[in-house]
Design a protein around this ligand. Structure first.
Ligand SMILES: NC(=O)c1ccc[n+]([C@@H]2O[C@H](COP(=O)([O-])OP(=O)(O)OC[C@H]3O[C@@H](n4cnc5c(N)ncnc54)[C@H](O)[C@@H]3O)[C@@H](O)[C@H]2O)c1
Length: 162
């Protein structure tokens, strides 16, 4: 295996564009911060408007190129709108981070149907829709990439998701 070239990863990430769900706090904000520091342009998406504004303010102070869009990613139309906003601002997405997730705060066995639908919407369907919605424009951009480029650089998800 060839020796790692110092700075190589940073060079590859610079000027790439990322879309991150659940980016206003926790792991999503951590990823947004790290990518922003590496020169990636980051679109932060979150359901929490105030937390999102605070996160954007903090990242802009570091000179990161970031934008934000509010969306409930469990609702396909809202996720699609967030994708449209991202493509309108940055043109394409290289790195998709389907990070938003919710946990159950009531004991297992006591959830009703709306509770199941909400959790499955955020934790499962939003991931599937993210790939579906961002897939077509990125398939188009893959065709334009040089052959030496990696095949799926945009596809990522939270640490526990396939
Ligand atoms: N923290 C852990 O130890 C851990 C462990 C395993 C998996 N995970 C997963 O990693 C991801 C991030 O975890 P975290 O600890 O940073 O969580 P967190 O609760 O700190 O942050 C989640 C973010 O997602 C946002 N969000 C929630 N529902 C949303 C929706 N419908 N639409 C848009 N945004 C929404 C929240 O507002 C919040 O900003 C989650 O998917 C979580 O399930 C976390």
């Amino acid at each position: 295996m060839p020796a790692a070239i110092p700075g190589e990863a940073m060079k590859e990430l610079a000027d790439k564009i990322a879309f991150i769900t659940g980016a206003a706090s926790g792991i999503g904000l951590g990823i947004a911060t790290a990518l922003g520091q590496a020169g990636v342009k980051v679109m932060l998406c979150d359901i929490e408007e105030v937390a999102l504004a605070t996160a954007l303010e903090g990242l802009k102070r570091t000179n990161a190129d970031v934008g934000g869009v509010t969306a409930d990613v469990s609702l396909k139309d809202e996720l699609r709108h967030a994708a449209d906003e991202t493509l309108a601002r940055y043109g394409k997405v290289h790195i998709l981070v389907n990070n938003a997730g919710v946990t159950g705060r009531v004991p297992y066995g006591t959830w009703n149907d709306p509770a199941w639908n909400w959790r499955l919407g955020v934790n499962l369907m939003a991931v599937i829709w993210g790939i579906e919605i961002f897939g077509p424009p990125n398939r188009a951009s893959r065709r334009r990439r040089p052959e030496s480029s990696p095949p799926h650089p945009w596809l990522a998800s939270s640490p526990c998701r396939a």
